[in-house]
Design a protein around this ligand. Structure first.
Ligand code: ADP
Length: 335
């Protein structure tokens, strides 16, 4: 598809350049021809004998007229050669430029394609589980009400999981397709963190995890809702990947022009080899998938990364297996 688009674009480049070149050449050639004609006419007139129709111009003038005619032909020849060179150079250059022009579009399309493939793949697992459970229950002639309820409960869990995934996918695609910046207002980071902590309160309570805060009143330019979502993602992970009765610490620090917000947990930690991938879509470290049994699709940190990028910020991860993880978010601060 992209090869034919590249050829078509090259053809358009070529058509425009050659069109201009040919028009210019025709104009140049007609001016030259007219000029040669004018000079020839003048020479013939100067040496013409009006009383002698058989008069032949002297050889020197004849030679000059022939030289002029030869120059006209040489101009024509040079223009043809020049147009040939322009054709090949602009063809090659156009093909190269068409490749450069189409490269970001090609990258975007293959990214979208990968997104759809990954999303369908992830959706298929809970959908297949739901379908199989329903089919088995329907085939079971001696299905009791208790077993039917159990099947429905398991279906409900799968549906909740699909809903979670589709919500995350929708959010991620919103960030990927956004054309206008959502970052506009002055946001008090303390308020955002407090409300994010409140949102994950139930999860923390269930694991008896304490969330400590050492935060000062600082402001950033941003979107309250997205920033709240950002801290919910980091706090949710910190709770998910920590053991019971542990603690999480949130600190803020102001450096020149920036605000550093650190979320520190004492959980399972991340392998060095995984750290470079955790912000990739659908990436889950082996440990989190198997041992920890924590729910998730590996989309949280991709969404977090988009939010941070949207706010012109940065994120740093420090982790040690068995000791814990610290995510440090750097956002441009305003006073
Ligand atoms: P998930 O839904 O799997 O939590 P995320 O995108 O939020 O997806 O995180 C990607 C992966 O990064 C997780 O599967 C986990 O392996 C790792 N991870 C993220 N946060 C932490 C943390 N605080 N402690 C340990 N591992 C983490």
């Amino acid at each position: 598809m992209f090869q034919s688009a590249r050829l078509k674009l090259t053809a358009w480049y070529l058509l425009i350049i050659m069109g201009m070149s040919i028009i210019f050449s025709i104009a140049f050639y007609s001016v030259t021809t007219r000029e040669v004609q004018r000079l020839t006419d003048r020479m013939e007139y100067e040496v013409k004998d009006p009383y002698n129709p058989f008069f032949v111009p002297p050889p020197i003038t004849q030679q000059r007229i022939e030289d002029l005619e030869e120059s006209r032909q040489r101009v024509l020849f040079s223009l043809i050669i020049l147009n040939g060179i322009i054709f090949f150079v602009s063809g090659g250059g156009g093909y190269f430029l068409a490749g450069i022009t189409l490269r970001p579009i090609q990258r975007m399309v293959s990214e979208q394609h990968r997104f759809v493939t990954d999303a369908s793949h992830e959706l298929r697992t809970p959908l297949t589980a739901t379908r199989t459970a329903v089919e088995v229950a329907l085939r079971d002639k001696s299905l009791t009400l208790t077993n039917a309820k159990k099947t429905l409960e398991s279906n409900l869990e799968d549906i909740a999981s699909i809903q979670l995934l589709s919500d995350d996918l929708l959010r991620l695609s919103q960030f990927e397709n956004t054309q206008t910046s959502i970052v506009s207002g002055k946001v008090a980071i303390q308020d955002v963190i407090v409300s994010a902590v409140k949102k994950v309160g139930v999860l923390a309570k269930a694991k008896e995890i304490t969330i400590n805060q050492k935060i000062t009143k600082q402001f950033v330019k941003g979107d309250t809702q997205s920033l709240e979502e950002l801290f919910v993602i980091f706090l949710d992970n910190a709770i998910k990947y920590s053991s019971k009765e542990s603690s999480i610490l949130i600190t803020t620090k102001r450096t020149d022009g920036h605000l550093l917000i650190a979320i520190e947990d004492t959980g399972i930690g991340i392998e060095k080899a995984d750290i470079g991938h955790i912000f990739d879509r659908f990436y889950r470290a082996e440990k989190s998938r198997t041992k920890n049994n924590a729910e998730g699709y590996g989309l949280g940190l991709s969404i977090a990364k988009k939010i941070i990028e949207e706010h012109k910020g940065k994120v740093k991860v420090e982790s040690e297996i068995g000791k814990g993880t610290t995510f440090t978010i750097l956002l441009p601060a305003i006073s």
